[in-house]
Design a protein around this ligand. Structure first.
Ligand SMILES: Cc1cc2nc3c(=O)[nH]c(=O)nc-3n(C[C@H](O)[C@H](O)[C@H](O)COP(=O)(O)OP(=O)(O)OC[C@H]3O[C@@H](n4cnc5c(N)ncnc54)[C@H](O)[C@@H]3O)c2cc1C
Length: 408
């Protein structure tokens, strides 16, 4: 039997190293940042120190090949590392495996020319640069990239770009953007209308209008106005009309990377739920002894288990060059929903304390909400999952290939 759910020794070693690194380096640094009231100087000092330590511990850039200074982990091993690191606030950033840079690194690795890799990928890998990915626009539904209105028009050996983007994570402080714009008037397929460009920041015509204030505060998700921005043709990433393809290729592993971090958060919430229920006493027993609370713990535990299996299976498919679209879609949908449910249950078990800012749960709940529509809304994933199931049944008389293509 080829099914083996254990990790090889070298991966186990990496996971326990990440756990120790988070305990000994990240959590103390986070405490210092928290005690300073998120003071900017303390934050910068602590981030530099965490990142230096990640390099010393041999944990820098876990998802990238060794030739770029990374650890060369596959997606399965990365799932375990990201879930562990994401139990802390700064873990993924400390390892240089944070969104959107992580997804952009994968994109550049697969699509960039050698010159583009030299100029954009290497500084990202070394931690000297940060980046952003600019696709969504306020005027049209982000769920349907064929509607993108930002327009690039050829002018000699340059492209001139005009448009409007928002929710561009990490735009402030980024050294470059991967920008998606419409280049084709009459594409063969509607999906082949857009192309991707590498835009240096700052550039004339690239203006950060504001940091969009979200329900969990301002977190560098920016509105960008693009006016007569000139980009040399050598800065196109991939070919003309490949913007959608590139976005999809990027979003597969990037969506899964989100799931890996969300699993870490869900596990933290479940453990907090159990800890609280073991110490809170009401109506003659501890909350942990009450069936109503046990149901919440049981449901959350089962969801965590399901989420982990889905992530590992999708990661396995990516690592083995198999079609992973359905599995990533199902994992993204399930883990995003489950994360929100588990955090909500943890808040419920904490009562008023859960609603306060005295535990991280309130912030976790606010952050978790975006998971259900960013990088593909719940309903869009459901639509695709259903389409594949209907197609599989219509062609083969079975939904097997659409339901994970498992040997059951
Ligand atoms: C915190 C955060 C960070 C983000 N970072 C980035 C970034 O770095 N770069 C970037 O380009 N974008 C980013 N986004 C934008 C994100 O990718 C979009 O929010 C997402 O693609 C959805 O687009 P939209 O918001 O325009 O929603 P819409 O497309 O308008 O969809 C709204 C709702 O309509 C429903 N819906 C849509 N299509 C269907 C359908 N076919 N069937 C049924 N229901 C449907 C869903 O319920 C959906 O939630 C970010 C968003 C957030 C919140």
């Amino acid at each position: 039997m080829a099914i083996d759910f254990s990790f090889p020794e070298d991966v186990k070693l990496v996971i326990s190293k990440v756990r120790d690194y988070c305990d000994q380096v990240v959590r103390p640094a986070e405490k210092a940042i928290e005690e300073s009231g998120d003071d900017r100087k303390t934050l910068v000092e602590q981030v530099i120190q965490m990142r230096k330590a990640a390099q010393e511990w041999g944990l820098w850039l876990p998802h990238m090949p060794e030739e770029y200074g990374g650890m060369g982990l596959g997606h399965v091993a990365m799932a375990a590392v990201a879930a562990e690191a994401a139990k802390t606030r700064f873990g993924p950033f400390a390892l240089n495996a944070q969104a959107p840079d992580e997804g952009n690194m994968h994109t550049l690795l697969h699509w960039a020319t050698d010159a583009q890799k030299e100029q954009y990928l290497k500084p990202l890998c070394s931690g000297r640069a940060r980046s952003c990915f600019a696709m969504t626009e306020p005027e049209v539904a982000g769920s349907d990239p064929t509607l993108i209105q930002t327009r690039a028009v050829k002018d000699g050996d340059h492209w001139v770009i005009n448009g409007h983007k928002w929710f561009i994570s990490g735009a402030r402080g980024a050294q470059f953007a991967i920008l998606i714009a419409r280049t084709e008037d009459d594409p063969e397929k509607p999906q082949a209308a857009n192309s991707a460009f590498l835009v240096d920041i700052p550039s004339d015509g690239w203006e950060v209008v504001r940091d969009v204030h979200t329900m969990s505060g301002s977190h560098n998700h920016c509105e960008i106005r693009i006016t007569d921005l000139r980009v040399h043709e050598s800065k196109m990433l991939g070919e003309r009309g490949q913007g959608h393809l590139l976005g999809q290729a990027r979003l597969g592993p990037a969506r899964l990377a989100h799931c890996m971090r969300w699993i870490g958060q869900a596990e933290v919430a479940l453990e907090m739920m159990i800890k609280r229920s073991l110490s809170r006493f009401a109506h003659g027993s501890y909350l942990a002894e009450k069936q109503g609370i046990q149901w919440m713990i049981a449901d959350s535990t089962m969801e965590l288990y399901q989420g982990k299996l889905m992530i590992l299976h999708a990661a396995y498919k990516i690592d083995n060059g198999l079609d992973f679209k359905s599995e990533v879609s199902m994992a993204k949908h399930f883990v995003a929903q489950s994360l929100n449910r588990i955090i909500d249950r943890a808040i419920q078990v904490h009562g008023a304390l859960g609603y306060s800012q005295d535990t991280p749960l309130a912030q976790m709940a606010l952050h978790a909400r975006w998971a259900r529509f960013a990088d593909g809304a719940d309903e869009v994933h459901q639509w695709r999952i259903a389409q594949r199931a209907i197609e599989a049944y219509s062609k083969t008389g079975s939904v097997g290939t659409a339901a994970g293509d498992l040997p059951l």
